[in-house]
Design a protein around this ligand. Sequence first.
Ligand code: SF4
Length: 240
Amino acid sequence: MLDSRSTRPAPWPDHAIQTLNTRFRERPPEELLGWAAEHFGRQVALTVSFGGAAGMVLLDLVVRHKLPIAVVFLDTGLLFPETYALAEAAARHYGITIERRQPGLSLEAQECQYGPALYARDPDHCCTIRKVTPLREALHPYEAWISGIRRDQTAQRATTEPVQWSVKHGLLKLSPLAAWSEREVWAYLSSHQVPYNPLLDQGYPSLGCAPCTHPAGADAPRDGRWSGSAKTECGLHLEL
Ligand code: SF4
C-alpha cells in the first residue's frame, strides 16, 4: 500500500544536480550523506540489502555520524539465513530500527498464482513482484534514496553519479560510493570493524536471493547471480 501522499516532488533541474555532483564527486561519502540528512530531514532513506559489503559501509557511516536517515531492508522472503541474521545483528549492534519491507504477495500466494519456482522460469517477473514493486512502495514516502551501488559493479552501473534524478521513483537518487572500488569498501569494513555477511568470505562475492545466487570468482562477482542467464540486475537499479 502506498501512503497518503499523492503527489511527487518536482524533478530537480539538471543544473542543480550538476552543481551537487561537482561538489560531492571527489568528496568522502559522509559529506553527501550529511548534506542529504540536512536537506531532507526524515524524508531520505538508505536501502541496505545485508548481502553486499557497500551497504554496510553506508549504514556504518549513517550511524557513526548520527544522521537521522531511515534504514530500509527489502525482504524478498528468499534471502539467505545469514542475511536475515546480519539484519538482526546490525539492528542490535547499531541500536537502530530497520524498516523491513516485504512483497504484497506471499511466497505461497505467488506459487498459487504463478506456479512453483517462478525465479527459475521467469526471474524478471519474480524480481518485479519481490523486489521492484516493494521498493517502489517503500520509497514512496521519501524524497531521496541512498544506495550502495558503485560504477565498477556492472556495465549498467558504469555511469552512476553521486546525485541523479530518478524518474521512475520521482526522487533524488544518491550513490555516495559511486566512485569507490571493491578494495576501498573492504578497507573501510576492516578499519572500522563493520559487521558484514559471512557468505562474502565463503565464495559468494555478490549476494542476493538464495535461489539465484551461487559461488563465483572474485574477479567476476556478478557471475554468481542468475547463473546461466543473461540477467545481471534485479531491476532495482535499472533505468533511473
Ligand atoms: S533474485 Fe531470484 S528469487 Fe529473488 S526476486 Fe529475483 S528472481 Fe526472485
